[in-house]
Design a protein around this ligand. Structure first.
Ligand SMILES: [Ca+2]
Ligand SMILES: [Ca+2]
Length: 478
């Protein structure tokens, strides 16, 4: 009897263990956040992390990037700090902390300065057991004083201690990255202008990674470099130089960081799917290793609105390429990626509608819109609204995306679902017509049925003269 109970308990334990590990395996394949849209962290805040770079410690990926949001929500490229986020699935990111600020760089200076900086990259030094971060950094008012900022930490998520700005060689230090090879040898790859010639230099670091040892290769001038290695081949992905506007990425290959490096080959389309390379995530799993290209999609009117483009790198021998996906599934446990399921789309022109008293709405055709049509709401004051009834088929958590049409005399809306604000405000004003998709974050419906999606005019762009909203569709992604 006692033995039977014991056996049963063991069985229960094994079953529970199996069930747990099975659900864990299935739960590990998750869709990435949408390319080119606002990303949110696990606390519901906008992820403010640009020039993203990555380091994996244990089963956790740490993402570093510079802060680009500011109080005035207008353009500047000043350095405010480096943010660090963590994730085990590359999708749900938890804000850890701002690991280094402009104040840290100014500490000890008689005259604090405004800095222009970017492209932080962290690698781990096995000898000193320190995390080492490099990023390009110059005073705002002295464009020729281009150096790299060095900082270190005993923990990956900081805080990092600023260790000064340094210059490996004449000719300055521009866009850069770090690469740590399998044997622990590390390199800094950076744009340089020496003797009037613009180049990209690859310098080997000292054993403690705290200084530059010697140059190993020089190639054509490129920007936004990042390096990964697969099957003994080094891949160096770069962008051209066109300010905040995207251009054709190119990559080089070699069997040694010292080269010889191949001729440049095109990567992605003419705008690299409207992005500029920032890093490659190596997703080493139990069944394969995947490589994810990460790029910045800059918004030059306000860098804080810049978004991200992540695409799985595909291989054909030693040639690499990317295709466009609005998002894809990634499984950090197995290392596999796959195409993601499409969302459930509700066309605004087909939904039941209600508007604020005295205001009007109508359905109009536009071949650029989903289903060839959109709903046009004409309000005349703040707090006017249009609402749509969406019949949600199944309870669950969904990512909400709204397709809109921008144009003149449009308003700024805040969307709400059944009375609760959902996501950030969206400004649909523009001088020409574009078709922006707003990601309004995740919502959980405890039950299926009719939900009221209300779009309330909460503000007006200073350049706008009206309160019109043109809404194409509401999409829910399970
Ligand atoms: Ca009104
Ligand atoms: Ca539509």
């Amino acid at each position: 009897m006692r033995r039977a109970v014991a056996v049963c308990l063991v069985c229960l334990f094994i079953c529970a263990t199996c069930f747990y590990s099975m659900t864990e395996v299935f739960a590990a394949s998750v869709p990435t956040q949408f390319n080119g849209e606002t990303w949110y962290d696990t606390a519901g805040n906008v992820i403010d992390c640009h020039n993203q770079s990555f380091i994996k410690v244990g089963n956790t990926y740490y993402m570093f990037g510079v802060i680009r949001r500011n109080e005035t929500q207008t353009y500047d490229n000043f350095f405010r700090g480096v943010n660090c986020y963590s994730s085990t699935d590359l999708v749900n990111w938890t804000f850890e902390r701002t690991v280094l600020t402009a104040d840290d760089i100014n500490a000890g200076l008689a005259n604090p300065r405004v800095w222009v900086a970017g492209r932080p990259k962290v690698i781990y030094n096995d000898l000193t057991q320190q995390y080492v971060m490099y990023f390009k950094c110059r005073p705002k008012d002295k464009g020729s004083d281009r150096k790299f900022a060095l900082s270190t930490s005993s923990t990956v998520d900081g805080p990092y201690t600023f260790q000064g700005r340094h210059l490996p060689t004449g000719g300055g230090f521009g866009d850069s990255t770090l690469f740590k090879d399998d044997d622990g040898t590390a390199y800094v790859i950076y744009s340089n202008l020496q003797g009037g010639t613009r180049t990209t230099r690859i310098d080997q670091l000292s054993n403690d990674y705290l200084s530059v040892s010697h140059n190993v290769a020089v190639i054509n001038k490129r920007e936004a470099p990042n390096v990964f290695k697969k099957d003994g081949i080094y891949y160096l992905i770069t962008s051209g130089a066109s300010g905040w506007s995207p251009n054709q990425a190119k990559y080089y290959t070699a069997t040694s960081m010292a080269g010889p490096w191949s001729a440049a080959k095109n990567f992605g389309n003419a705008t690299t799917y409207h992005s500029q390379s920032s890093d490659v995530i190596v997703v080493q799993g139990t069944s394969k290793t995947s490589y994810i290209f990460c790029g910045d999609r800059w918004d030059s009117s306000y860098l804080g609105n810049s978004t991200h483009v992540w695409l799985p790198i595909k291989f054909n021998g030693s040639n690499i390429y990317i295709d466009w996906y609005e998002r894809f599934n990634i499984d950090t446990q197995t290392g596999e990626w796959s195409q993601a399921e499409p969302g459930i789309k509700y066309e605004c022109e087909s939904l039941a509608t209600n508007v604020s008293a005295g205001d009007s709405e109508s359905d109009l055709t536009d071949s650029n819109c989903s289903n060839g049509a959109f709903n046009k709401f004409i309000g005349n004051a703040l707090n006017d609204y249009v609402e749509f009834t969406v019949n949600v088929a199944a309870a669950g958590t969904y990512t909400v995306r709204v397709g809109g049409k921008s144009g003149r005399a449009r308003g700024v809306y805040q969307m709400s679902i059944d009375g609760t604000d959902q996501g950030e405000r969206v400004d649909l004003h523009g001088n020409g017509n574009t078709y922006p998709v707003a990601n309004l974050g995740q919502v959980t419906f405890a039950s299926p049925g009719s939900k009221t999606f209300r779009f309330t005019i909460v503000d007006q762009n200073p350049s706008s003269t009206g309160y019109t909203l043109s809404l194409d569709y509401i999409a829910l992604y399970p």
